[in-house]
Write a protein that binds this ligand. Structure first.
Ligand SMILES: *Cc1c(COP(=O)(O)O)cnc(C)c1O
Length: 364
């Protein structure tokens, strides 16, 4: 099999998604499965749908187009604010988008008229993390105008925390989002159908038994794919953390000193490393590099330590044994390593064939 490759276990992804869907259903919250770290993989998308997510969300309209052309049928939400220049594609491919700018919303309305379609709008509210969101005091004005525009339907509100600034979802900011939903209904007599509370960082809050108020949706990506919550990156009880693994091939394996020889200046990436002399070690080079993944986000197998990486080389130490040329090594990935590997044209995405199910196959 070719290397480097991502080995994708759909059964484990199914289990993770199903478990979270069931746990959240008990608090009245549905799951939008987020596919952006999977580059819109139709296999992963179909697996999430079988596991019971209520719809799929992606930050790139191109990924949504990929899934749709592969025959994935689901309610699709674009979870990054549409670019003004892409509103026609957005209206054609996504039923709903998350929005923060009235100029974009107006253009989505015009694109809806051109396409003869009605597009759903979820308005994102800024609740402290300082990434996307309408300031809460400006929300009523935007709701008011959205309700008046043709070919749009106001679906609800949402927020996104713990991305830019690491602000934790808690009783206070979630209650604020619920209160905004109630205030909109009172002021406009409109139904706020969707109240999307956030991402994988919201799981601790949602599953703590706290009052979830009006929150009825979470958009989950990382927790489903990697089995971890995202506030402290702890494994989530009962979930698989190894549903996706990165496999790379050994191209050099030698006993080498730990101390470089010659005058030390900058490395390929502008660093000036300092080496501690530990004598000779078993040094191994794998054919994968910074171009393909985030080496800092890789967890090596037992007995292997990552020493350094450049564009195309990952240098590791093998503590126990010499490693053969052509041997493969399997690494676990964090989110950053996963996203980079998924988007590298040099890394194959390989679904474990025994975990692929025919469409409509019911599992469990
Ligand atoms: C990426 C993203 C998500 C999913 O986040 P995870 O941490 O992967 O669960 C949800 N909402 C928005 C707006 C996003 O950009």
């Amino acid at each position: 099999m070719s290397a480097p490759r991502l080995e994708i276990d759909l059964d484990k992804i199914f289990h993770n998604a199903r478990t979270l869907v069931e746990r959240l259903a008990d608090c009245g919250i549905s799951v939008t499965g987020v596919t952006k770290a999977a580059l819109g993989s139709p296999d992963i998308a179909a697996t999430l749908l079988r596991a019971g997510v209520s719809g799929l969300g992606d930050s790139r309209i191109e990924n949504i187009e990929t899934m749709r052309s592969a025959g994935v049928s689901a309610p699709f939400t674009l979870i990054r604010s549409p670019m003004l220049s892409q509103t026609d594609e957005v209206v054609r491919n996504a039923g709903v988008s998350l929005n923060t700018e009235i100029d974009v919303i107006r253009e989505l309305s015009r694109a809806g008229q051109r396409a003869g379609r009605v597009h759903g709008i979820v308005l994102m509210v800024e609740l402290g993390d300082l990434r996307e969101g309408i300031m809460p005091e400006d929300l009523p004005k935007v709701v008011g105008e959205t309700l008046c525009l043709p070919n749009l339907v106001f679906k609800g509100i949402g927020c996104n925390l713990a991305c830019r600034s690491g602000v934790s979802p808690d009783a206070e900011n979630m209650a604020e989002l619920s209160a905004l939903a109630v205030a909109i209904e009172t002021e406009f007599g409109a139904t706020v159908e969707v109240v999307s509370g956030g991402n994988s960082a919201n799981l601790a809050w949602a599953l703590s038994g706290a009052d979830t108020g009006r929150i009825n949706d979470l958009r989950l990506g990382e927790s489903v794919l990697l089995g971890r919550e995202t506030l402290h990156r702890e494994p989530i009880d009962g979930l698989h953390t190894d549903a996706i693994a990165l496999v790379a091939e050994v191209i050099e394996s030698k006993s080498k000193p730990t101390q470089p020889r010659g005058e030390i200046a900058q490395t390929a990436f502008g660093e000036t490393p300092t080496a501690i002399d530990r004598g000779s070690i078993s040094q191994v080079i794998l054919a994968i590099g910074i171009q393909d993944t985030d080496p800092d986000g890789l967890s090596p197998p037992h007995g292997i330590e990552i020493l350094a990486a450049s564009s195309d080389h990952l240098i590791v130490e093998s503590r126990d044994a010499r490693v053969a040329i052509g041997a493969e090594m399997k690494f676990q990935l964090n989110y950053s390593a996963l996203v980079r590997a998924m988007t590298s044209p040099f890394v194959q995405n390989v679904v474990k064939p025994e975990t692929r199910r025919p469409a409509g196959f019911a599992q469990d």
